[in-house]
Design a protein around this ligand. Structure first.
Ligand code: CA
Length: 520
């Protein structure tokens, strides 16, 4: 018996309506906003709950409150350029070719996530610090600081043309980002990388923030006077200590470059009386380290304060434009940083403060507000995450894992339990010896192997959260040491770094006793 024609037409019309509705309701692909800073460490972000309570960061805290905070996002080579290259490619330094800041230039012809997003219909832009030597590729628009960039009135490079700007660099990068968002091709989803120079050395504050801390005496980290006893020579023989490496620019005995007369006047009005008091008191030994620590905290944290304010401006702009709901915000840094721990500033080491980098992801409807993720994730994972968010196929040769399942509150059963790490740059600028190792939830096995050391150390974050001891030779740890040796060997095979790195991986400066490289 056939169906009455009217009924059939009715059913067909109903199906067609369903299809139309489904078509209309098909979600548009989310925008991606990457809010990135240079040398921003978790201890300076209140959402991470540092016990020293160094700074309130209400805008980053808002991202954590409305999204997911990752408590163990680790880097694979704790230094600026290499981290950036790893984010773009989703590959370790030995595969993307960018090992160090000294003699590397990013090969922009290789596969990167911005190129893949651009090819798949995204409007792409990078604004701010690039720091990879070559010109950006894969971006519809780029407007970058040359090299490290400067803090005041920065010259910049806009699509190959030199341009001048007036003002404070962190504010300018935000202004330019908002301008691009206003004028973007609105027929496409966007991927914008807003990359601050701050709070990179020499930590020059916005003039409006001079004196923001009312000459606060900062709580000291427990390891400010670490004596490195019982550790490898690699750990004690560094050149990044508050007791030995602090320059006149770091101390603000010399003003930052390129200020106008008016700006310089404001600068001097804050620093000069305090510098004069320093000269009169002429502190030495531990008192000198303490003075430097407090000056450093005033300056570094003021830089972060401006970053946080500018993140607030970006969030406000998204709210005003109705973009917040369909924009995934990923807020992070190229590594962590020492705020006096072990007596240091700077980064590089496998120790926690520079190994761990901030990561907050706000993805409305996906990340549960106020959630905290404890898994080992890495900036090696960012590229794949962005592709996954955009629904773009992830190439098999990328070495991370998409964080999308974690954002949804699901941890895949085979999520990584360990991460491989390798730092190369030596001897300049901070005489941190090359080292590689494996990191797990609890342990780190590390090998300082060049040029005048061959030392293994075992760190146990549970027994020694400050990381001031090595348990490598402790018989109670023999089995752990054996297992971690096997694990680091396995990881080296997995990430395809089994051989000796090329000489150029360490930079172009000779090691002590090594003949100078031949100039070609
Ligand atoms: Ca950096």
């Amino acid at each position: 018996m056939s169906m009455p024609r009217v009924m059939l037409l009715g059913i067909l019309s109903f199906i067609s309506t369903l299809l139309t509705v489904a078509g209309a309701a098909e979600p548009t692909r989310p925008n991606i906003l990457f809010l990135f800073s240079d040398d921003l460490t978790c201890q300076a972000i209140s959402a991470y709950g540092d016990t020293r309570k160094l700074l309130e960061t209400p805008n980053m805290d808002r991202l954590a409150k409305e999204g997911m905070l990752f408590n163990r996002c680790l880097v694979t080579n704790s230094i600026c350029g290499p981290s950036r290259a790893t984010i773009l490619t989703g590959k370790y330094s030995h595969l993307n070719g960018f090992y160090n800041n000294t003699n590397c230039q990013f090969d922009g012809s290789q596969q990167t996530f911005p190129k893949l997003l651009q090819a798949n219909g995204y409007a792409t832009a990078i604004i701010g610090k690039w720091h990879l030597g070559s010109e950006p590729t894969g971006f519809d628009h780029w407007h970058i600081l040359p090299g490290q960039g400067i803090y005041y009135n920065p010259p910049m490079n806009r699509m190959g043309k030199q341009v001048k700007h007036s003002g404070y660099t962190t504010d300018i990068i935000t202004d330019l980002s908002i301008d691009w968002l206003k004028n973007r091709d609105k027929s496409k989803p966007f991927m914008l990388m807003t990359q601050h120079k701050a709070p990179h050395r020499e930590w020059s504050p916005a003039l409006r923030h001079l004196g923001w801390d009312h000459d606060r005496k900062y709580p000291e980290p427990e390891t400010l006077f670490d004596d490195y006893a019982g550790r490898s020579k690699a750990v004690s023989d560094h050149d990044m200590g508050l007791d030995r490496t602090f320059t006149d620019l770091d101390a603000k005995f010399k003003p930052a470059p390129n200020m106008t007369e008016e700006q310089l006047k404001e600068w001097n009005a804050y620093y000069e009386p305090r510098n004069e008091a320093f000269r009169k008191a002429n502190p030495t030994g531990k008192d000198l380290v303490r003075w430097r620590y407090n000056r450093y905290m005033h300056d570094y944290l003021a830089c972060v304060k401006a970053v946080d304010e500018n993140i607030g401006r970006m969030l406000q702009f998204l709210d005003q434009e109705g973009l917040s709901e369909n924009t995934v915000i990923v807020c992070s840094s190229d590594q962590g940083f020492y705020l006096g721990e072990h007596g240091w500033f700077d980064k590089r080491w496998i120790f926690e403060e520079s190994l761990k980098t901030p990561l907050m992801i706000r993805w409305p409807g996906v990340t549960r507000p106020g959630s905290v993720n404890q898994q080992i994730v890495s900036l090696l994972d960012f590229g794949e995450t962005f592709l996954d968010i955009a629904g773009v196929r992830i190439p098999a040769d990328m070495q991370g894992h998409s964080l999308v399942p974690l954002c949804k509150g699901e941890t895949p059963a085979d999520w990584r339990k360990s991460l491989y790490y390798h730092y190369y740059e030596f001897p300049v600028p901070h005489r941190v010896r090359p080292h590689y190792g494996v990191i797990t939830d609890r342990y780190k096995l590390v090998h300082y192997y060049k040029p005048d050391v061959d030392d293994w150390e075992l760190l146990d974050r549970q027994a020694d959260p400050l990381e001031v001891k090595s348990f490598y030779k402790d018989p109670a740890y023999a089995q752990t040491v054996k297992e971690l040796h096997a694990e680091v060997d396995r990881l080296r095979r997995e990430v395809q770094e089994t051989g000796e790195p090329p000489r150029k991986a360490y930079g172009n400066r000779p090691f002590e006793g090594e003949p100078k490289p031949v100039q070609k």
